[in-house]
Design a binder for this molecule. Structure first.
Ligand code: TYR
Length: 444
């Protein structure tokens, strides 16, 4: 090998400790536990530092990692050029491709916490040890969009994902300070000279060749949610989280194939019917191949990917005419969907979805549902299927260019993380009970 590739191994589990847990973001961010508060500060600061890395020089910058998913459709990690985009959608690789993608994001953030935030910011050895221990047990939080958030007591985004400014601990301190929230939106910058930044469009020609699918994303230097692409503020990135929250609350399934609340559908995905077959559970591909009428039953349409698709649209925003959508000033729940208004946002478009920082917390919840399903079903991809051993490009497990494959992706604990429901001592009964408590009885 001429070049070393990036070894995605998961964050090491600290010696003698249980496998660390990916936490539900709204509980974690409002926790009064000192270690949680340190972790929130480290996480927010690390995301910010990653966003400020030079996208032209650093493959581990936020721009380049986000760009693995879709645009700029550039080679990453010496992998062969993507055939279109690297990301896997409408295929049975959908859940397993996104698993090492999140592990990469998590691992890079952990490295930034330890090597930059702590190393540069703390000199006192005892405080440094406390903050390092917090970083080593930190794992990427998940946004459970099916339940009411701890801080708002409503369905929708938690404050950590919706506020432009957040209060976090000062580095190495027990006092808080206000911080420009990198999870609210991502603004793409290039360093030009010492301390000077130039803001560049996410699809700037200097970033490489690609085809734009949705209009006006080549003009955006900041990510948007429910914005109007012809609005003067579009380029900066306009975020309307009230619209995100209303759409999540209304759960008007954008393809009208699903019905019921988000929780209903998550509960249904975690029932016996779905424990028989990985394909049926995992991807929209199944419905495409197996439905034989215009009104197939829910079990043919409902898949993990289908629920996930709808969340993308409700966070990003989409045009009211075809699908139904609600304006932020509509107080009345019974309001008719807006007609003829054009909304858009990064999360609603595959080529640019990874640029919105909410993407990774959304996908952590998708990954969690996958982990719970695997625990309850003991199923995985059929070893006879070709995707079982196929390379999950561009993700390598060592520095010699060996790719991850779906075959070895089933046990998240082996990769150094788990979820609250699946910690030591969990049994199928305890997990089913917990699913029941969280999501209720599936709609009949
Ligand atoms: N394209 C998907 C749909 O139409 C939604 C989606 C958007 C999925 C962005 C993934 C993504 O990254 O259902």
């Amino acid at each position: 090998m001429e070049h070393k590739t990036f070894a995605i191994t998961g964050i090491p589990v600290p010696a003698g400790q249980p496998v660390p847990v990916r936490r539900e973001v709204s509980q974690w961010a409002t926790s009064t536990d000192p270690q949680d508060q340190i972790q929130v500060s480290l996480f927010v600061r690390a995301v910010k530092k990653m966003q400020l890395r030079d996208p032209l020089k650093n493959e581990l910058s936020f721009y380049r990692i986000a760009g693995i998913h879709g645009l700029p459709a550039k080679r990453w990690n010496h992998a062969p050029s993507p055939d279109g985009f690297y990301c896997a959608h409408n295929t049975y690789q959908f859940p397993t491709w996104h698993r090492p993608y999140l592990m990469l994001y998590e691992q890079v953030l952990h490295d930034i916490m330890v090597q930059e935030v702590i190393e540069e910011g703390i000199s006192d050895p005892a405080i440094k040890a406390t903050w390092t221990a917090a970083a080593d047990t930190w794992r990427l939080p998940f946004w459970d969009w099916a339940i009411k958030q701890q801080d708002t007591q409503e369905l929708g985004l938690p404050n950590l994902l919706s506020e432009a400014n957040v209060k976090i601990l000062k580095v190495g301190d027990t006092e808080t300070e206000p911080f420009d929230n990198p999870l609210y939106k991502f603004v793409n910058r290039l360093p030009v000279g010492k301390d000077k930044w130039e803001k560049v469009a996410m699809g700037d020609p200097r970033m490489g060749k690609y085809k734009i699918q949705a209009e006006n994303f080549d003009k955006s230097i900041g990510t948007s949610r429910w914005a109007k692409p012809d609005d003067s503020e579009w380029a900066k990135g306009k975020v309307d989280n009230k619209m995100v929250n209303e759409n999540i609350k209304n759960a008007e399934w954008y393809k009208k194939l699903l019905a019921g609340s988000i929780a209903d559908n998550v509960a249904r995905l975690l029932t016996d019917d779905y424990f028989l077959d990985y394909n049926k559970f995992s991807s929209t591909r199944y419905a495409k191949h197996n439905s034989n009428g215009s009104d197939p039953c829910a079990t043919e349409w409902l898949s993990l990917e289908m629920v996930h698709n709808n969340i993308h649209m409700w966070v990003g925003g989409y045009t009211g005419t075809s699908t139904g959508g609600y304006t932020s000033d509509s107080e009345d729940e019974d309001d008719e969907p807006v007609k003829g208004e054009t909304f858009d946002g990064h999360m609603a478009n595959v080529p640019v979805a990874g640029f919105d920082p909410v993407f990774y917390l959304h996908h952590a919840n998708v990954d969690r549902i996958l982990a719970i399903w695997h625990f309850l079903s003991d199923k995985w991809i059929n070893p006879g299927d070709s995707i079982y051993t196929e390379d999950l490009r561009p993700f390598t497990k060592d520095e010699q260019g060996s790719y991850h494959s779906s075959q070895f992706m089933s046990d998240e604990k082996q990769w150094g993380y788990t979820y609250p429901e699946l910690t030591a001592g969990a049994t199928k009964d305890s997990v089913k009970q917990r699913v029941w408590e969280l999501y209720g009885h599936p709609m009949m």
